[in-house]
Design a protein around this ligand. Structure first.
Ligand code: PHE
Length: 340
């Protein structure tokens, strides 16, 4: 019987040395120490021995069990350590690798240029006011000296909401709102979305942006208007930019002018950007009409002022050679990505 124990121990130690993972270790443990394992058999043999032989056999059996258990424990610990270092090796990070570029966002070209425009006017002392896109007919038309029979009021040009409110067709109603709140001197700009029932094409959308500006004080003249617009245009489009006024009509100014800048692409010689004319129209302007002053309670004998309104999409299109106004709203990254 004692030879059996030695053989059993040797067999167990051989198997343990060959075990490659925790499952193999567990299988060995069951094989030798399980209910039907080799040691259970040996235990039965012990019971059948004559009493004189029992103590010695029992002691050897115990020693063998301890030896095998120690070997199992050692091997299990070794395997665990090896598995851990293999895992750590697999997960290791090479901190010397160059980083991957993150995807960087950017401002929309309209936002970017709008901010440039605000900065320019703010530096000249103009305050910025934003107003409602859904506007009362009174502010969008009546107070701006646009009488009820004026074509701009007809439904084909405006989106009416109910009977006396419209999606503002221009930012000019903000002249009224700001003048109602402040006494002269006042200088303000007001940017924002405007809406018109225009047929959509490469240069027209039903939704677009304008920036309104106006200044009221004693002794303000058209020369002041031209000076302000000239220095604005020179900062946005280039230092040699000139401003051209041509007579135009807007009910809320007198006299009124169409505003154009000299073409920054060809410097007035004529090219595709300016359609061979040398000039690019950017908006309308003029001296604020006495009826407008009366509507807000300003005395037109004491004060005078100028106002202008410019299309932001138009300016961005010209500045960056964007051929079609619809591109601003298609969110094509090939366009937007250029403005990061
Ligand atoms: N509101 C006018 C337009 O939308 C532009 C303008 C503003 C003209 C201020 C004169 C003075 O066409």
């Amino acid at each position: 019987m004692s030879g059996d124990i030695a053989g059993l121990t040797a067999e167990a130690l051989r198997e343990i040395a060959r075990a490659e993972d925790a499952r193999a270790i567990e299988a060995i443990r069951v094989k030798f120490f399980g209910k039907k394992g080799a040691f259970a058999e040996a235990q039965k043999a012990l019971a059948a021995l004559p009493p004189a032989e029992k103590p010695a056999y029992g002691a050897r059996l115990n020693d063998a069990r301890k030896q095998i258990e120690a070997a199992l424990g050692e091997r299990a610990a070794l395997l665990e350590k090896a598995a851990l270092s293999a895992r750590l090796l697999g997960e290791s990070i090479d901190v010397t690798l160059p980083g991957r570029d993150g995807r960087e966002g950017g401002l929309h070209p309209l936002t970017e240029v709008s901010r440039q425009i605000f900065r320019i006017f703010e530096s000249m002392g103009f305050a910025v006011f934003e107003g409602p896109e859904l506007e009362e007919e009174y502010y969008n038309f009546d107070a701006l000296n646009i009488p009820p029979y004026h074509p701009a009021r007809e439904e084909q040009d405006s989106f009416y909401v109910g009977s006396d409110r419209v999606l503002r067709t221009q930012t000019s109603p903000m002249q009224i709102r700001v003048m109602q709140r402040f006494q002269p001197p006042v200088a303000a700009i007001s940017p924002g979305r405007c809406f018109r029932r225009d047929a959509v094409d490469a240069t027209h959308l039903h939704t677009f942006h304008q920036v309104e500006g106006f200044l009221v004080d004693k002794g303000v003249t058209m020369a002041d208007l031209k000076g302000v617009l000239t220095s604005f245009a020179q900062r946005l489009f280039g230092a040699d930019t000139k401003i051209r006024f041509r007579p135009d009509f807007f009910p809320f100014v007198e006299p009124g002018a169409e505003v154009a800048i000299s073409c920054f692409a060809c410097h007035g010689k004529g090219c595709r950007t300016c359609r061979q004319s040398g000039w690019i129209e950017i908006g309308g302007a003029g001296m604020i009409h006495p009826h407008v002053f009366t509507a807000v309670g300003y005395d037109y004998e004491t004060y005078s002022g100028f106002a202008f309104g410019m299309g932001i999409e138009r300016m961005v299109m010209k500045k960056y050679s964007v051929p079609d106004i619809r591109m601003f709203y298609e969110n094509d990254m090939r366009l937007i990505g250029q403005f990061r």
